[in-house]
Design a protein around this ligand. Structure first.
Ligand SMILES: [Zn+2]
Length: 574
C-alpha cells in the first residue's frame, strides 16, 4: 500500500511538473556512500533542478545529517546540519551560510510543494561535494576541520559528519592516530592545521579523506563517544602513570648557578618527569605530571645557556595538572637533566654541547630525588590460602593456593624492581580474614586491603579447574568498566604467548571485582585440572615466566605505549 502511494505521488508529480514546465523530465543518478538515488530533473524558470517533493530527493536528504524545513511564512528554506546551516530564499542569488551572506552555488526555485533546487545548491546545503563520474554524480560528504572543544573538563576535537558513516581509526605510531573517512571529501583548503596541542595533516586518497592527528609526546589520542554517528569526538590522555601527588611549584625559570646552570624547576616535593626529543624541530618536551602551574609561567624568547627559547605551560586539567616545558635547543646542543641530590623536587634542564651529552634516549621517564614510587600502588591477591586450598590436582599433588602465592611473590619482586609499591593480601599460606570465615567475609577482607591502601590496581591470581580435564587456557576476568582497559592489556600476556590455551577476556561479577574501588582483574592463569597445564603450573621456571609476562604487560599498560610503527585497531563510535 505504501509503495503504491509513493509510486502514485511520483507519477502525479511527474505529470504535474510536465504540465507546468511543459518540458521533458529525465532521471539523474546520484550516488551517496554506495547508495544510488534517481531524482527527476525538472525545468523551472529556465533553470534545471530537482523537486524538493521528489521521494528520491527526500530519501537522499534523509541519508544525510542535515534537516530541511520551511519558515512559517513559506519564504525561507532552512537546512540545519552538523557541518553547516544555510537559509535560502526563492530566486535569490545569495544564501546565508552559518550566519554569513554569500553568493549561492545555485538557486532555490519556487515555494512549498512546487519548490525545486538546482543540484549544486541542494548538495551544498547538504554538505555534499559533487564529483561527476560519467552520467552519474557522486556526492561525497564533506569532512570539515576539527573544532577544539572542552568536553567534560577535557579538551577534545569534534568533527561533525555530513552523513552517517563508519570512520576507520588506525594508530599509525604511538603518537599518531589516523582517521579514515571513506567516500568523503575534505571541505577545507589547508592540508595541515594545528588545534591546541594536536597537529592535523589531511590528505585524500582512493576516495577517502585521511586525517592524521599527531598528539604531543607522552599523550595518546582516542576516539570518545560522540552523538551517535553524526560526529567523531577525539580526545587525548596522558600515557604516563596516574598522578599520585599534586605539588605546588616554588620556583621556575632560568638560573645561572655555578653548580648547575639551566632551566630550574623547584616544586614543594619530589615529582616525576617524562621527556621526548623531536630531532626534526630540535625541541625537547618535558611533561611534569602533578605540578600545578604557578601564577606566572616563564617564557624566554632570547637564547639562554644553549636554549634558543623555552616556555612553560599547563596541559592537564585542574584535577590532574601537568606542567609542560618546551625548549628549543641551539644547533650542536644536547640536554642533560640534573636533579638536586639533597633537595627533593629540584630539577635542572641543562643544555650542553652535543659532545658532552651521553647516550640519553630520545624519550624517557624519571623522577627527582626523593620520589617514593614512580609507578603506583598495586595489590596482588593470591587466590585462596589457609583453610581454603582452592582447586586441587591430586595426581600432581598441586594446590591452587600454593601456585597463586608463588606467582604473586615472584610478580611482587619484579614489580618492586620496576618502581611499583606492591601490597599482597597474604604473603604466606593463610586466610586473609580468619580460618573458617564465610566466603563473603574472606573476599571482603581482600578488597579491604586494596580499598584502604588507595591502590591504583588490584590483581587477583587464580588457577581454573573443570571436571572436563581437556579444558585448557588462561582467561582474564573483569567486571567494572574501569577494569576493562586493564583486562585488555593483560589479555594476551599469558595464553598462547606462553604455550597455554587462550580462554579469553570474560565479563564476570566475581566478588573481588565488584567490591574493589580501582581497576581490578581476576586472572585464571591456566587449568590446574588439565594434565598438561597442571604440569606447567607445577614447574617453578614456568611460574617465573607467568610472573614475567604479567609484569611486562602491566608495565606496558601504565606506559600506554605501542611499539613504534605497529598498527593497532582503534574503536569505532557506535
Ligand atoms: Zn580460585
Amino acid at each position: 500500500m505504501r509503495v503504491f502511494q509513493v509510486f502514485l505521488v511520483a507519477i502525479l508529480l511527474g505529470v504535474t511538473l510536465r504540465a507546468a514546465s511543459a518540458a521533458e523530465t529525465e532521471a539523474q543518478a546520484v550516488e551517496l556512500l554506495g547508495q544510488v538515488y534517481r531524482p527527476q530533473v525538472v525545468h523551472s524558470e529556465g533553470r534545471t533542478g530537482w523537486s524538493l517533493s521528489d521521494p528520491e530527493v527526500l530519501r537522499l536528504v534523509a541519508q544525510t545529517t542535515t534537516r530541511m524545513s520551511w519558515s512559517s511564512d513559506g519564504e525561507t528554506l532552512y537546512f540545519s546540519g552538523s557541518v553547516r546551516e544555510s537559509q535560502w530564499r526563492p530566486g535569490s542569488p545569495q544564501v546565508r551560510v552559518d550566519g554569513n551572506e554569500q553568493p549561492a552555488p545555485g538557486r532555490l526555485l519556487g515555494r512549498g510543494k512546487g519548490a525545486c533546487m538546482e543540484p549544486e545548491a541542494l548538495l551544498f546545503a547538504l554538505a555534499l561535494k559533487p564529483q561527476s563520474r560519467g552520467a552519474r554524480v557522486v556526492a561525497m560528504p564533506e569532512v570539515p576541520a576539527p573544532r577544539l572543544e572542552v568536553v567534560a573538563g577535557q579538551r577534545a576535537l569534534r568533527i561533525p559528519l555530513a552523513s552517517a558513516l563508519r570512520v576507520q581509526p588506525t594508530r599509525l605510531r604511538a603518537d599518531t592516530l589516523r582517521l579514515r573517512f571513506p567516500g568523503c571529501a575534505w571541505a577545507g583548503s589547508q592540508q595541515t592545521l594545528v588545534r591546541d596541542d594536536v597537529q592535523v595533516a589531511i590528505s585524500e586518497r582512493e576516495g577517502a579523506v585521511l586525517m592524521d592527528l599527531r598528539f604531543p609526546p607522552n599523550w595518546q589520542g582516542e576516539i570518545r563517544s560522540g552523538r551517535g554517528l553524526t560526529e567523531v569526538l577525539v580526545g587525548w590522555r596522558a600515557s604516563f602513570p596516574p598522578i599520585r601527588a599534586i605539588r605546588e611549584v616554588t620556583s621556575l625559570g632560568f638560573s645561572a648557578e655555578t653548580a648547575a646552570s639551566g632551566v630550574r624547576v623547584q616544586a614543594e616535593g619530589p615529582f616525576e618527569y617524562h621527556w621526548s626529543f623531536d630531532r626534526s624541530t630540535h625541541r625537547l618536551t618535558v611533561d611534569m605530571p602533578g605540578l600545578r602551574e604557578p601564577a606566572s609561567l616563564p617564557v624566554s624568547r632570547t637564547p639562554q645557556g644553549g636554549w634558543e627559547s623555552f616556555r612553560f605551560r599547563p596541559v592537564g586539567t585542574s584535577e590532574q595538572p601537568v606542567l609542560r616545558f618546551e625548549g628549543d635547543l641551539a644547533a650542536g646542543h644536547g640536554w642533560q637533566f640534573v636533579e638536586g641530590e639533597s633537595t627533593p623536587g629540584l630539577l635542572f634542564l641543562r643544555s650542553t654541547p652535543t659532545a658532552q651529552v651521553g647516550s640519553l634516549a630520545q624519550t624517557g621517564s624519571s623522577a627527582t630525588a626523593g620520589y617514593a614510587s614512580s609507578r603506583g600502588v598495586i595489590v596482588l591477591d593470591p587466590g585462596h590460602g589457609g583453610g581454603d586450598p582452592g582447586c586441587v590436582n591430586r595426581s600432581l599433588g598441586l594446590l591452587e593456593k600454593d601456585v597463586t602465592l608463588d606467582v604473586a611473590l615472584r610478580l611482587r619482586d619484579m614489580l618492586v624492581e620496576e618502581g611499583w609499591t606492591v601490597l599482597l593480601t597474604r604473603e604466606e599460606d593463610r586466610d586473609v580474614s580468619w580460618r573458617g570465615s564465610p566466603d563473603r567475609v574472606e573476599l571482603q577482607a581482600r578488597c579491604d586491603v586494596a580499598n584502604q591502601s588507595g591502590a591504583d590496581y588490584f590483581i587477583s591470581l587464580h588457577c581454573n579447574a573443570s571436571v572436563a580435564s581437556a579444558r585448557a587456557g588462561s582467561s582474564i576476568h573483569w567486571f567494572k568498566q574501569a577494569d576493562l582497559e586493564l583486562a585488555r592489556s593483560l589479555e594476551f600476556a599469558l595464553g598462547e604467548s606462553l604455550g597455554l590455551g587462550q580462554d579469553g577476556l570474560r565479563h564476570d561479577g566475581f566478588y573481588v571485582l565488584r567490591h574493589t574501588d580501582m581497576p581490578a582483574v581476576l586472572v585464571e592463569m591456566a587449568f590446574l585440572s588439565n594434565p598438561r597445564e597442571g604440569a606447567l603450573l607445577g614447574n617453578a621456571g614456568f611460574r617465573q615466566r607467568i610472573a614475567q609476562s604479567l609484569a611486562g604487560a602491566l608495565q606496558e599498560h601504565v606506559s600506554g605505549r605501542y611499539a613504534q610503527g605497529a598498527e593497532v585497531p582503534g574503536t569505532v563510535p557506535r
